[in-house]
Design a protein around this ligand. Structure first.
Ligand SMILES: O=C(O)[C@H](O)[C@@H](O)[C@H](O)[C@H](O)COP(=O)(O)O
Length: 246
């Protein structure tokens, strides 16, 4: 079966999932001209991929010092909070590397409101990109990893929140409803400005939603609406892929 959108990669084991994600990251890094900008998803699914990247061969073969790592979204909490996506990424990847990465771009928190944090992060991204507006000939991301909730949300683009989903100017927005804590999320324009977007989806809990998206039955949930400029890859384990695994 062919997905309604994108390419489906189904892997059999947790190790194969981590390896496939790390390989996609490494291939994108190899294809990058000069600096390499990667978007990293939060949540739990991508942890194994980040840990795999901190192991050989990726640990030593990749030019970590020439990379800029950006968070697709963040919970508006202290950076050392166990709820922070930055905290998760540091634990799974950054702190396991021998050398610092070129740029690890955290969403600012201390002393800011969530609105000001979102505005500040947007300025960080624009400074990194070098332009105030996105250009088709210069995708922001070389690769962007995104997770997906069982309700079809991605990053902190949440179902039914049209102010977030319909935004086409701002690159970063505050999210103040729909989650226990406030969030900061990248919006579709910048997430879609990617040479490669990889949705990482695992577990039976995601099967129904992934099936609805891959079959084209649901085109309205946030994960289904994302139209990347480049490749769209669904990296799924067998439990999430269900009938698509055959
Ligand atoms: O901050 C977050 O939690 C993520 O950005 C969120 O979008 C996550 O990717 C999905 O909720 C999937 O989460 P799991 O990988 O934990 O299932």
């Amino acid at each position: 079966m062919t997905p309604a959108r994108g390419e489906l990669m189904v892997v059999e084991t947790a190790e194969a999932f981590a390896e496939a994600g790390a390989r996609l990251f490494a291939d994108a890094a190899a294809a990058a001209q000069g600096r390499f900008v990667a978007g990293l998803a939060g949540g739990s699914t991508p942890k194994s991929i980040y840990r795999r990247l901190a192991e050989p061969p990726y640990r030593t073969s990749l030019r970590w010092d020439a990379m800029d790592l950006v968070l697709g979204d963040e919970r508006f909490v202290a950076h050392d909070s166990p709820d922070s996506n930055l905290h998760m990424i540091r634990g799974a990847l950054i702190d396991r590397l021998d050398h610092p990465v070129g740029g690890l771009h955290a969403v600012p928190f201390e002393g800011l409101t969530v609105d000001r944090a979102a505005a500040a992060y947007e300025q960080t991204l624009k400074a990194l990109y070098g332009h105030q507006t996105l250009r088709p000939e210069q995708p922001f991301f070389d690769i962007c990893f995104l997770g997906m909730g069982d309700d079809g949300h991605t990053a902190s683009l949440l179902p039914g929140q049209s102010d977030l989903l319909d935004e086409r100017q701002r690159w970063v927005l505050p999210v103040t409803k729909g989650r226990p804590e406030s969030r900061v999320t990248l919006t579709y324009p910048v997430l879609e400005s990617s040479r490669v977007v990889v949705f990482v989806v695992s577990g039976e809990g995601k099967r129904a939603m992934l099936d609805a998206i891959l079959s084209g039955r649901d085109t309205t949930v946030p994960a289904a609406r994302l139209q990347p400029q480049g490749r769209l890859i669904w990296l799924a384990d067998r439990a999430a892929a269900g009938r698509w695994a055959s």
